[in-house]
Write a protein that binds this ligand. Structure first.
Ligand code: PA5
Length: 427
């Protein structure tokens, strides 16, 4: 079977270095798999998909059908781990212009405090038939709560009592203001398990409900997660791409490579990088440690940030995510006059040009002393995305434990909130 593949050939890492770090990596994997590491009570995601609650999953499908049948647009309200995963999968599968080409349209709110954004969103959706999915584990996040209050008011004016049937909530099983509002109004509510944190929650109702409502094949997404859980528990270092990727990142970081850029060559994958940045940034950036996760979108950013990567400070390593088979493609046409001198590539598919751009870039950056890691994904579908997400989450857990930090907390996120709430006069 075709599978996700990790290529370290351009990483400037020797076999000896990999062998030297392997005991640390395997010890970290052991801690994670056997729930013996720090915050092991937050590792429910490791085997969540394999033990999925079928009754709850059927309810998710039922709610998704209601949303599809009753609206031409739905709004997903949430921030960080509460929306990035679903957004990434929806965009990657449904494609760049999905709101223009497919139904239902999907909009996002609750991920910022911009009055202009929310005002414009209200203008866009007010005449449409809408449902909303509100996601917040804590149930107290200001960005999401404020947006919910505004959109809820719109829904209640528009649908009166029926609004309650169009609001779906995903939150903690008992705590938080969102849970209280949900109980009072009898909204259909799903639970984020206690042992799964926001940025690992795409595999729970948090990801599954919006994906299913967007018409995606969540069964296949879950199969991908299960396949990841099966393959990446392998205890043979050289056969386990999570262990190898975690090893490569740590070797390069110890050599002074402080920035990892995740590179894609498909605009529809931009949000995968956003999800990945949150996963690694919030998980590893603590105690003065961690690789800074950044992302670039090629070939677009080759005409801007490419200069820095090629010739700037040598603090970067580059991880390219390559989708091997493009199902949707277009051919460069032949032109008799050839004024633009492009006939040398006429008849070629854009995917062929893109592949050559990747190979040329990879070589150039390697020559510029930038280590390159390649993650090859056979094709963009729900199965491989589920497996890719699991691959990144497992690598992140192993990498964090290897670095002796807790990859499941985010204490630094609280500092801005404290100041903001004090300035706002919260009591
Ligand atoms: O990973 C995390 O825990 C965070 O990024 C949260 O997902 C984010 O802050 C949103 O929190 P909540 O779901 O409680 O609104």
């Amino acid at each position: 079977m075709r599978d996700i593949f990790l290529d370290l050939k351009g990483s400037f890492i020797s076999e000896n270095e990999l062998e030297a770090i392997s005991p640390e990596i395997m010890a970290a994997q052991e801690l994670l798999l056997h729930k013996k590491g720090i915050s092991s009570d937050m590792t429910g995601w490791v085997d969540y998909a394999s033990n999925i609650n079928i009754e709850e999953y059927n309810e998710i499908k039922k709610s998704a059908k209601y949303i599809k049948d009753n609206c031409d647009a739905f709004i997903l309200l949430g921030i960080g781990g509460s929306y990035l995963g679903a957004k990434a999968v929806v965009e990657a599968i449904r494609g760049d212009f999905h709101n223009e080409l497919t139904s239902p349209k999907i909009y996002y709110a609750g991920q910022n405090l911009s009055g202009a954004y929310l005002k414009n969103l209200v203008e866009v959706v007010k005449e449409k038939d809408i449902c909303i999915i509100v996601i917040s584990k804590s149930g107290t996040t200001l960005e999401t709560a404020v947006s919910f209050r505004i959109i809820k008011e719109l829904m209640e004016q528009k649908y009166k009592q029926e609004a309650n049937n169009r609001i779906f909530v995903i939150t903690d099983k008992e705590k938080g203001a969102l849970k209280n509002i949900s109980n009072i109004n009898n909204y259909k509510t799903f639970v984020i398990p206690d042992d799964i944190g926001g940025r690992y929650s795409v595999i729970t109702p948090v990801g599954l409900l919006p994906m299913a409502a967007a018409g995606l094949d969540t069964d296949e997404f879950i199969n991908g997660l299960k396949s990841g859980a099966e393959d990446y528990k392998n205890k043979n270092f050289n056969d386990n791409i999570c262990c190898l990727y975690a090893a490569a990142r740590n070797i390069l970081n110890r050599r002074g490579k402080d920035v990892e850029i995740l590179v894609n060559y498909e605009p529809s994958c931009i949000s995968i990088s956003e999800w990945w940045k949150q996963l690694f940034g919030e998980s590893e950036g603590k105690e003065g440690k961690g690789v800074f996760p950044a992302s670039l979108n090629f070939t677009t950013d080759l005409h801007s940030m490419g200069q820095f990567v090629q010739e700037g400070r040598k603090i970067i390593f580059e991880t390219s995510v390559i989708i091997e088979d493009s199902k949707i493609d277009i051919v460069v046409p032949y032109d008799d006059k050839d004024f633009d001198k492009l006939n040398y590539i006429s008849g070629k598919k854009l995917s062929f040009l893109n592949k050559n751009a990747f190979e040329g870039t990879f070589m150039a950056h390697n020559e510029g002393d930038v280590p390159g890691i390649v993650i090859k994904v056979p094709e963009m579908n729900e199965f491989y995305l589920g497996k890719l997400f699991y691959f990144f989450m497992m690598t992140c857990g192993i990498s964090g434990y290897t670095n002796n930090i807790d990859p499941f907390t985010q204490p630094g996120v609280e500092n801005y909130k404290k100041n903001m709430f004090r300035l706002l006069g919260k009591r």
